[in-house]
Write a new protein. Structure first.
Length: 610
């Protein structure tokens, strides 16, 4: 709740040597297959990892055949915030469809032991002021965030039009009815004037394509479909008492693994963690929310806090003073230190870039030395050190993860030299030529990303616009949108997530911005008596050209170790940012652009058919 100054980081650095080390660590992990190394769950491949719902019984009902004004696909934060803005804009006929049994999105599905918010909650959890809510602590548990999602649904009356336990199978534009015909796994036929894609950029589990994956005779599950029946415990009860005689393997060492590994290690007979690339893990400061601080807040506090957090976490050269960094954590440390260095200076771009690089190396070296301070075994400690630039992988924080590797029942297996696990057998996993026998394999292998392939990430078989044009084909070589939200040839279809718009360090701020603009467009079309709304081809092409003109070079991503942030270092599809093709002038400049566009009132670049 307090501000802070620049951090103390090592200065005795050999940056040229570190550059070489970073490049070597990247090169030994690069694979020619890139993102194709993963198995895409659903669509006939390991459906049990995708569609099985461990939290709610299967929905059994008669098929629906109905007209609806707005159909929102997805009930996570993107769908909830779109629904909230639609209600505020006076659009009442809103039906939200989600394959889960309730609202929440990732916070409905992810209920693994130890799950917490890993961005500070005062910025991440949306609509705190609107719902007169306040998180219990800086990084609250997942159950608290899930309940907040449900509170949004209740507050805005979104449960009335909710259709849970339902998976969209196909969406096709009907030129005669001027509506979208949407079909589902329940044989529903929903005829929607408007459809909003709110499936989330990281919502569908993926599995590593390990040879012999189907040969393993033990138990398996994905972290997003946690099997408490096997481990013991329950959401909120982290006593995993059924693992006392089990040998457990975890595949993956990203943000999820950082949270689950300490709990598994406490209860499993033995835990083996398979790591390709270590995460950067800093200390987690997680105090309870100070009630006096909460009472002192004035209207608009959350948006102001989000703007400050974004400035230090995402802008390369923050113009704010270090004292304005209210988060004071690993996400903002590099930006805060850069801000202190450049304050009051007039510098050339090359000088600014050099300062940013120096501070980046200093922060990452501090994190590496923290590993040495905590982990007793030198070989294990070395393997856990992150040798890459800050933001090549998602930054993490934990007060238990690194300490876990001092336990006698925990083994770290570094698979970087072989670019992954070599194969699975009936008894376990083979790495470095050695078979590790286990009883259970837990995949903490992450999720599909929209930037990779919308058809894979959404789980929808077909999205066809005017004339049968497939959106998957339309976007095959890159997004083609106006403002990242609409696309020519797809009347009344809107997008949320990582396309061609703004990008905030708090992803929910993106959804607020997108939901507000989508609600404006739908309300404006309704007020004008329009049957359809879509961008003109000329407006779309001009926006795509502007996005490309403002796009930053891919040099940084090319230098990163492979991961979902850079489309696994290339391979199929080349280097692509997981955050989509962002508007290059920044989130708040994009926000001003949208507000000015709305204030003009002429719907420039939009075509209405009455």
């Amino acid at each position: 709740m307090t501000t802070c100054g620049p951090s103390s980081t090592p200065t005795d650095l050999d940056i040229p040597a570190l550059r070489e080390k970073y490049a070597a660590e990247r090169d030994k992990r690069l694979r020619t297959d890139g993102s194709a190394q993963y198995i895409h769950t659903g669509q006939g491949e390991r459906d049990d990892f995708f569609e099985a719902d461990p939290h709610s019984p299967p929905v059994v009902r008669e098929p629906l055949h109905e007209d609806v004004e707005v159909l929102v696909v997805g009930g996570g934060f993107a769908g909830l915030l779109t629904g909230a803005h639609l209600k505020e804009a006076g659009v009442e006929d809103v039906r939200i469809v989600d394959m889960g049994g309730d609202f929440g999105g990732v916070w409905y599905w992810n209920r693994y032991p130890g799950i917490q918010c890993d961005n500070e909650s005062y910025c991440y959890i949306p609509l705190l002021e609107e719902l007169d809510a306040m998180p219990s602590k800086r990084f609250p548990d997942g159950a608290e965030i899930y309940e907040h999602c449900r509170a949004i649904g209740k507050h805005y009356g979104l449960y009335d039009g909710a259709l849970f336990g339902t998976m969209i199978r196909a969406m096709r534009w009907n030129e005669t009815t001027r509506r979208w015909t949407v079909t589902t796994n329940h044989d529903d036929e929903l005829r929607a004037r408007y459809v909003v894609m709110a499936t989330g950029p990281w919502s569908k589990p993926k599995l590593p394509g390990i040879p012999g994956l189907h040969d393993f005779a033990g138990h398996t599950f994905h972290s997003a479909r946690w099997d408490y029946g096997y481990t013991g415990g329950s959401p909120g009860d982290t006593v995993l008492d059924k693992l006392h005689d089990k040998r457990v393997a975890v595949i993956g060492t990203g943000a999820t693994a950082i949270q689950i590994v300490p709990y598994l290690a406490r209860y499993a007979k033995h835990l083996t963690v398979f790591q390709r690339t270590p995460s950067a893990v800093d200390e987690r400061r997680n105090p309870p929310t100070d009630p006096e601080w909460a009472a002192s807040l004035t209207p608009g506090w959350q948006k102001r806090r989000q703007a400050a957090f974004h400035a230090f976490a995402s802008e390369p050269f923050p113009t704010l003073s270090p004292a304005e960094d209210v988060a004071c954590d690993f996400f903002t440390e590099v930006g805060r230190n850069v801000s202190a260095r450049i304050a009051g200076c007039t510098l050339e771009p090359t000088e600014l870039a050099a300062i940013r690089e120096q501070e980046d190396y200093g922060v990452m070296e501090r994190v590496r030395r923290r590993v040495d301070d905590i982990v007793h075994d030198p070989e294990t400690a070395e393997a856990l050190k992150p040798y890459y630039r800050y933001l090549c992988k998602r930054p993490c924080s934990s007060n238990d993860y690194l300490e876990t590797f001092n336990r006698p029942n925990v083994t770290l297996v570094d698979v970087s030299a072989t670019k992954g696990i070599e194969r699975m057998t009936a008894r376990g996993l083979v790495a470095g030529g050695q078979e590790h026998e286990v009883d259970c394999v837990i995949f903490a292998s992450g999720f599909e990303i929209t930037a990779q392939d919308l058809s894979v990430a959404s789980g929808i078989d077909a999205i066809e616009g005017r004339g049968g044009l497939s959106l998957f084909d339309h976007w095959r070589d890159g997004f083609r949108t106006l403002h990242g939200l609409t696309s020519h040839g797809f009347p009344g279809l809107f997008f949320t997530g990582n396309t061609q718009g703004g990008g905030n360090a708090s992803v929910t701020a993106n959804y607020v911005q997108q939901g507000e603009h989508i609600a404006y467009l739908i309300a404006a079309a309704t007020a004008r008596g329009a049957a359809t709304i879509e961008p003109t081809r000329e407006a779309q092409d001009a926006w795509v050209a502007l996005i490309k003109e403002l796009a930053p070079p891919k040099t940084f991503l090319e230098q990163c170790t492979p991961g979902y942030y850079n489309n696994e270092g290339g391979g199929h599809g080349g280097i692509r940012p997981a955050t989509g093709e962002r508007y290059g002038r920044g989130f708040y400049e994009f926000d001003r652009l949208l507000r000015d566009w709305r204030d003009a009132g002429d719907l420039a670049g939009i075509e209405l058919v009455r």
